[in-house]
Design a protein around this ligand. Sequence first.
Ligand SMILES: [Zn+2]
Length: 469
Amino acid sequence: MISATSSRESAVREAAAAGIPAALADLGALVRIPSIAWPAFDQEQVVRSAEAVAALVEGTGLFERVEVARAAIPGTDEVGQPAVLAVRRARNGRPTVLLYAHHDVQPPGDEALWGSPPFEPTVRDGRLYGRGAADDKAGIMAHVAALRALKAALGDDIDLGVAMFIEGEEEYGSRSFGQFLSDHADALRADVIVVADSGNWDERTPALTVSLRGNARFTLRVRTLAHASHSGMFGGAVPDAMMATVRLLDSLWNPDGSVAVAGLTAHEADTPDYDEATLRAETGLLDGVSPIGSGSILSRIWYQPSITVTGIDATSVAAASNTLAPEVSVVVSARVAPGQPAQEAYEAIAAHLRAHAPFGADLEFSDVDCGDAFLVDTEGWAATLAREAMHDGFGVPPVDVGVGGSIPFIADLVREFPGAQILVTGVEDPHSRAHSPDESLHLETFRNAVLTEALLLSRLDQRSGESRP
Ligand SMILES: [Zn+2]
């Protein structure tokens, strides 16, 4: 005997599989639009891309309202890039889910490094190549294809509330993101938020992203002299700014390369196996050069803080003369462990630098930029539902993963919708090369991700209000 649930699920499964060719054709059409939000590129393309996405969302037949909208960029008189907003109200006490992705893409970079033109979708060896083919136009199409499958399988018998927010400037700093959320808070409020902008463990194994490190970045100017002097005349009697900077920066790390700043915290959690050989292969670590840090390799990347000097203003090698430099500026970029507010981490690093300023060097901090880390409530019912849907969609159990980088706008989501459970999912795999030449989408991963999301939406649609906390 076939239960109602299993016949419903097989209808959803069949509809999800049947919709893949159309979803890939629509994804190809989106990839052809070079929707780069940087001002140096043709901004009309971002408008075209928003309109194309709005038409796809409208075409699902599920929404009461679909529009292209822009929000102000706080602190400026500019507006952000066009985003797509869609709303369908929940009925009969069912939950509402907010589906997020972004339709802008990274610039293509050097086109000569691509195996096929970046805005010409091309299938090779089971992968679809093109800028945005993975990050994040495939995220948009995973949402659209899952919604189409739901509609095809269940018709009008859907009570789930669905909101969509497809951003147009994620790669360009999400400058109007927070304002967009507050402008449309009523339309976007949801019980569960699916952020489809991350990746999977590998081509076959799904992953739920359960933590993201935060970041704290600032410019530091180190001054020791009011003006430059001849190093032959005064060298050895007064400190030049480079000497002070080198000694100061050195104090940030322990001998093993881990951070030596009091007040920076680490997060405690288990990590999957990942060996040194893989780390060497993926980073190009040179023979004879050792990794840094301690603890499991993934704990160093996901759960511990790190500090990197990413820029320096000093006399260039070509222009070097026998001079004591009066000042040096550096950019210090820290990754903040989940659980610690980014501002607190910045203050710990700044206090450390002040306490370690060699010879009383003058320090000035500017351009401070902080983004908070994120930890998913992994015990929440939505995370449980998502893991089950991944297991059924991919045929293998998912891995909980952390991400060493950050998705700064997640902090905006948490602030605006503190009661929502946030699920960070995605269509990428370790070979997707997002942001690089030859970005690509693994087609089987995409198929499984669409099925996963269709099953998740179908199960959310059956979740009654009483059983929701
Ligand atoms: Zn992205």
